[in-house]
Design a binder for this molecule. Structure first.
Ligand code: SF4
Length: 637
């Protein structure tokens, strides 16, 4: 991992790209055009304005390189002098286009959902409208003249720019670090300035540069049509308009302003190309695969909890359009300081259940619950948990804002949420990095996420969660994207952090070995339902649900030698919406009987601290009574 920071790395890449032939050409063209724009009117202004009635409509000669116009003025001098006005008007229109595009593009992320949708739809309609017609329509509205043309051309650039920014913003708004900032209650304006704009700056600048070339051509087109710059002012489009009727008599006079437009337009394109090459980012690394680890000895409970639930959910559901339910009414309690594992295959609803607790279910999913409480506070009325909840996601790179120094990101948590001063917050950030065993934390705090290794990033995310005093840490597949060697370190760290902070832990994983290493209790999810709730000590030999048994059997190091063939669960879990009456596991279950197809088993007590949703649990001789005695996945320890 390179140890230079993001800015110097961009400067380095820019410097390298400028030394390529395309870079040299773009830089030379820029300097030349800027020089002509600055010096042209100073040196040739008088000559360009000088009327000579003795030399009207002349062809090219030694005295007049491109000939003269109908008032005997030197056309070459006029083309040079027109550079400044042409560029000024082009850049003004670009500022309007870029500014308007940014505002409209970011707006849906800032305003309410309904207004946001309206803005997105309006931009969509405007983008679909043919650009040339839109431009002419605006030019007619704003009227003839350079001011009107600047607005017309600038506004015509707003929809495509807004669309680009909307797309970029939407992708960033869905990232984990924005989700984390939302949990912390970071204000919308701050979110835009700190998290959105820095991360869309690069592609936006590239687009704006290349679009400026288009603006130059469009503006010249309006002037050429007589809708733009009016005499006595003149830009390249206006000169083209004046000389086109003499193209067969003096072609050079008509071609010169046209060539100036094309070449300068190309220059903008080249500059955009150079920036694009310099800004080209490396593709993110694919996550490593996770081999199964040995089941560790389950740790002792870190904190004695009194049975009072920190998290209490009843009939929690996550519904998507069309009525498809990905989480179908689960109930769970997590005690203060308790470590609970939530396991299941992908698509079982385990991650969505956790996201529902944190009010982070992605749009258009809807969360409903008969009760949803956190430490006595009703999350349905106010879902914000502030620093009482720490989230650790699968991909630590996505959880950190790549544009900000790690220490600053951590410090912001304390500044925004705990009202700490900048110095206090920075000191705490360094202290927290130290607490998650990041060596030389002072130096590391000044680095950006790309300078960290994967394991260090995940530590930094955990440190961010520790900036406050979390009562619950939700860790969603926290080790899946990490190198095998650092997986255990991160798990140990989570266990340690939990012990020191007294926070409860909800660990979501498809990997039973990981859960067994850290948790005290396991909830097994299948097809949007909790199908078993058991102490982790029972997992290996005492699981009662055939699905839990099958999951345990699929972990090679739990019940088999490494050499033996891996057990797999035949079939696939039902998709949301595919489930009807009967047990959702029936199609894959070895113990299935007639009743399983007809009645849905509910989560029912099966001894102390045990619950199972199965008519014929493993280890029991016969069928169970129909009446459910409990619906809550709560350890009764
Ligand atoms: S209820 Fe029937 S089908 Fe479902 S898990 Fe139990 S035995 Fe298998």
């Amino acid at each position: 991992m390179p140890h230079h920071d993001h800015d110097s790395s961009l400067r380095h890449r820019l410097g390298r790209t400028i030394r390529t032939p395309i870079g040299v050409t773009a830089l030379t063209a820029c300097l030349l055009v800027a020089l002509v724009a600055v010096l042209g009117p100073v040196l040739l202004g008088d000559r360009a304005a000088q009327v000579d009635t003795d030399a009207i409509n002349q062809g090219s000669s030694a005295a007049h390189l491109l000939g003269t116009d109908q008032l005997g003025r030197d056309i070459a001098a006029r083309v040079v002098v027109a550079t400044r006005l042409t560029l000024r008007l082009t850049l003004m229109a670009a500022v309007i286009g870029v500014g308007g595009g940014l505002l409209l593009g970011v707006a849906p992320a800032v305003v309410g959902r309904r207004l946001g949708r309206l803005i997105t739809a309006t931009v969509g309609v405007l983008v679909a409208f043919p650009g040339l017609l839109f431009l002419l329509f605006l030019a007619t509205i704003f009227g003839v003249g350079s001011t009107g043309a600047v607005f017309a051309v600038g506004l015509a650039m707003v929809p495509p720019m807004a669309r680009l920014v909307q797309n970029l913003t939407a992708s960033i708004a869905g990232s984990d670090y924005v989700a984390a900032a939302r949990i912390l209650g970071v204000g919308r304006f701050r979110m835009v300035v700190r998290h959105l704009l820095p991360n869309i700056a690069e592609p936006s600048v590239l687009f704006a540069t290349q679009a400026t070339g288009g603006i130059l051509v469009a503006f010249s087109g309006l002037s050429f049509l007589g809708l733009g710059v009016q005499p006595p002012q003149y830009d390249w489009g206006r000169l083209l308009n004046e000389q086109l009727n003499r193209i067969f008599v003096n072609p050079a006079a008509a071609l010169a302003p046209g060539a100036a437009v094309v070449l300068t337009g190309l220059m903008f394109g080249l500059v955009g190309e150079v920036l694009a090459q310099a800004g080209g980012r490396r593709a993110p690394q694919a996550p490593e695969t996770t081999p199964q680890e040995e089941l560790g000895t389950p740790p002792e409970p870190a904190v004695e909890h009194d049975g009072g639930a920190l998290v209490r959910a009843r009939d929690l559901r996550v519904t998507f359009p069309g009525g498809r339910q990905a989480v179908r009414g689960i109930s769970l309690d997590i005690g203060a300081g308790e470590a609970v594992g939530l396991v299941g295959e992908s698509g079982s609803g385990k991650s969505l259940s956790a996201l529902a607790l944190a009010d982070l279910v992605p749009h258009p999913g809807r969360v409903s619950a008969a009760a949803l409480g956190f430490d006595g506070h009703d999350l349905r009325a106010d879902p914000r948990l502030g620093t009482e909840l720490a989230m650790v996601f699968q991909d630590p790179m996505a959880s950190l804002n790549p544009a900000l120094r790690v220490g600053r990101q951590l410090a912001e948590v304390a500044e925004v949420h705990l009202g700490a001063s900048r110095a206090e917050a920075t000191a705490r950030a360094v202290d927290r990095l130290d607490a998650v065993r990041i060596a030389t934390p002072g130096r590391r705090a000044r680095q950006r996420p790309h300078e960290y290794s994967g394991g260090m990033r995940q530590r930094a995310v955990i440190a961010m969660g520790l900036m406050g005093k979390p009562k619950l840490i939700i860790a969603d597949e926290p080790t899946t994207a990490l190198d095998v060697a650092v997986q255990r370190e991160v798990l140990d760290l989570l266990a340690e952090v939990r012990e020191e902070s007294g926070a409860a832990l909800l660990l979501i994983s498809h990997d039973l070995a990981v859960v067994a290493q850290v948790c005290e209790r396991v909830l097994v999810m299948y097809a949007g339902l909790v199908v078993e709730n058991l102490p982790v000590t029972e997992l290996l030999g005492g699981a009662a649900h055939p699905y839990t048994r099958a999951l345990v059997g699929a972990v090679p190091t739990m019940t088999t030698d490494r050499g033996t063939e891996l057990a797999t669960i035949p079939g696939r879990p039902p998709e949301p919406g595919e489930t009807g009456a009967g047990c959702p596991f029936a199609a894959r279950c070895e113990r299935v009987r007639e009743r399983c197809h007809e009645d849905t088993p509910e989560l029912t007590a099966l001894g102390p601290g045990r619950q199972v949703a199965c008519w014929y649990p493993v280890g029991t001789a016969a069928g169970r009574p129909v009446a459910a005695t409990a619906h809550t996945a709560k350890a009764t320890s």
